[in-house]
Each structure stands twice: as structure tokens, then as C-alpha cells.
Design a protein around this ligand. Structure first.
Ligand code: CO
Ligand code: ZN
Length: 334
């Protein structure tokens, strides 16, 4: 699992530019999926058919987003300094001294105009990318070119650190679950969605197309186990977080109960998640067509949307175990 997570997180795929990461995921899935297709927005849809369709067969959509936050060139000045428009939630506090890599291979360092207030992160308008150019003419990037953060994967004890754990961790869990799922009574669509970070766009169109009975997003969630973090439950190493609420969706309470029952029956550690902000693909699935019962399973992650997001290895394994247990048996929602 570690080797694949390293590969997934070291691949570049900002929202709207998911080609490279999609190719990697597609190669991993080919031997296991009954059907594979890519829709108009670039969502990769891998279907696992039921052994035998029956009355209690449910059409289930599992969504993990392939895209990551990034930057797009919006201006190059006469000295070759590059200004950018953020793709998704890029925070000024995390970027100074960071490095980015453009899809054309060019690398850059992020600088700030001035630290007027040393203890405050500047607004993104005060932030630029230095690509080593000396003039607009010799600048190797142009308006509209796209970059993502550049940081290698590292292992620290039981923890893994990399850029884009959000949401390559979800991608990994979906791949591993499909691999482990020899048979299922359900018609399962594993969807590797696009453009989540700019407003759950890929999940919206793919959910419309699939028209599922149940939707489950797989994503990361900010851990609150560091000194003086917000008062929330989520911690590294304590098992998958079963989402009850975030700013984007209220999980269907019947799905929450089904997830908790299944975790307890299979002795899988879990955490009850109420996230005070944020949202996932579940919010788009839930509101598609005339509505879909939806929920989310997330992995507690530290330093979310920084180039060094940290997760715990045991949480990844336990999340695969939980999703596998949910998908292999008939479902009763009550
Ligand atoms: Co995110
Ligand atoms: Zn995410």
C-alpha cells in the first residue's frame, strides 16, 4: 500500500488537469474492474457488478477525488515574476518558501512581496512564483499554465507525509477495496472524481449519470489532535472517521448507523466525525436528481492543504477493512 500511496501522491493532478493521475489509477484498476469508463468531465468510473442481481442489490457510488489543489499563472511581470490564481483552497500561511512544479516540468519557488506583519500570512495577491526567469521574455511559463506543490513522500514511524494526501488517500482506499472485493451482492461504481477542490464538480455530473441508490465519499478530514487545535474528535491512528456532519452535508443518519454497526460487528476502530467546516463529494451526490442518501468515510489528516499532509498507516488499513465490510454484504437501512 505504501508504494502505491507514494506513487499516487508524487503524481501531479490539479483540478481540471487530472490526465496523469487518471492514467495511473486506470492502470491499477484494469485487472479488477468489470467495466471502466471516463466521462465528459474526466471522472474515471470503475464498475464492480453483483454476482447475481437480486431484489436487495443496491447501486452504490463510491467517490474519491483525484484532483489536488494547485496554482494557475495569471500574470508575468517585466522581471519574470509570476502571479497566480489559486485552484482550490491554497492558503497564504503555507506557501512561503514552498516549491511548485508546472505540468510542463518547470519548477518554481514561492516568495512574498514583503512581511508587513511578520506574524500574519499575507493575502495571495502578495505572493509570487520565482521560476528563475530574469524577464517576461525568458519566463518559461505563460498565462494559464498550471502547477501543483512539489514535495516528496516520506515515512515517519507509522505516519506518512506527502502533498495531496487530500485525496490520494481516498483514491488508494478505493483501489485497495476494489482489489479486495472478490464478490459483492451490489452494483458498485468506484468513481475517481475530478474538480472536487473547486466545488465538487466531477461528483455532481458523475452522480447524475450513475443515479445511485447510495453514495459514499472517501476523503481526508482535518485532525484535531495537535496542540490547541479546534475542539473536534478526529485523531490520527484511531480508525476511519464516520462523517455525521460538515459544512457541506448532513450524512443520512441511516447510513451513519449502518457504518457504525458494521464497524462494531467487525471490530474495526472508528471515530464519530463532526467537522466544523469543509465539505466533500457527498454534498454533490446527495443533491443529485431527486436526492440520494449519502455519507462519507474519512481519514484524519494533519496540516490539510499544506505540502506536507500527514496520515497514519493503520487508519488506511482500517478504512479499507470498513469499506470492504460495507460492500460485501446485503444492506438494511433503518
Ligand atoms: Co481538499
Ligand atoms: Zn479532499
Amino acid at each position: 500500500m505504501k508504494k502505491l500511496l507514494k506513487q499516487l501522491t508524487e503524481t501531479f493532478g490539479p483540478s481540471g488537469y487530472e490526465d496523469e493521475i487518471r492514467k495511473l489509477v486506470q492502470t491499477e484498476l484494469e485487472p479488477f474492474a468489470d467495466e471502466l469508463k471516463v466521462d465528459a468531465l474526466g471522472n474515471l468510473i470503475a464498475r464492480k457488478k453483483p454476482v447475481q442481481p437480486a431484489k436487495n442489490t443496491k447501486k452504490i457510488m463510491i467517490a474519491a477525488h483525484m484532483d489536488e489543489i494547485g496554482l494557475m499563472v495569471s500574470h508575468v511581470d517585466e522581471n519574470g515574476f509570476v502571479r497566480f490564481s489559486p485552484i482550490g483552497g491554497v492558503f497564504g500561511k503555507y506557501v512561503h518558501g514552498g516549491r511548485v512544479r508546472f505540468l510542463n516540468g518547470v519548477q518554481g519557488v514561492i516568495g512574498y512581496d514583503r512581511f508587513d506583519k511578520v506574524n500574519e500570512a499575507p493575502a495571495l495577491e502578495k505572493v509570487f512564483i520565482d521560476v528563475g526567469a530574469t524577464s517576461r521574455k525568458d519566463c518559461p511559463v505563460k498565462i494559464g499554465d498550471v502547477a501543483a506543490f512539489d514535495r516528496p513522500f516520506v515515512e515517519m514511524g507509522n505516519r506518512f507525509v506527502a502533498k495531496s494526501m487530500d485525496d490520494r488517500v481516498g483514491v488508494l482506499i478505493a483501489i485497495e477495496t476494489l482489489r479486495a472485493l472478490k464478490t459483492t451482492p451490489h452494483d458498485v461504481y468506484f468513481v475517481f472524481t475530478t474538480q472536487e477542490e473547486v466545488g465538487v464538480r466531477g461528483a455532481a455530473t458523475s452522480a447524475y449519470g450513475i443515479n445511485p441508490d447510495i453514495g459514499i465519499a472517501l476523503d481526508i478530514t482535518p485532525a484535531a489532535d495537535t496542540p490547541e487545535a479546534a475542539k473536534m474528535e478526529m485523531a490520527l491512528g484511531k480508525g476511519p472517521c464516520i462523517k455525521i456532519k460538515d459544512a457541506g452535508a448532513l450524512s443520512d443518519p441511516r447510513l451513519v448507523q449502518w457504518m457504525i454497526r458494521t464497524a462494531e460487528k467487525n471490530k474495526i476502530p472508528y471515530q464519530r466525525e463532526v467537522l466544523l467546516f469543509g465539505g466533500t463529494d457527498a454534498s454533490a451526490i446527495q443533491r443529485t436528481r431527486s436526492g440520494v442518501p449519502a455519507g462519507c468515510i474519512s481519514v484524519a489528516t494533519r496540516y490539510v492543504h499544506s505540502p506536507s499532509e500527514m496520515v497514519d498507516a493503520s487508519d488506511l488499513q482500517n478504512t479499507v477493512r470498513l469499506l470492504h465490510a460495507l460492500l460485501r454484504a446485503p444492506i438494511t437501512l433503518e
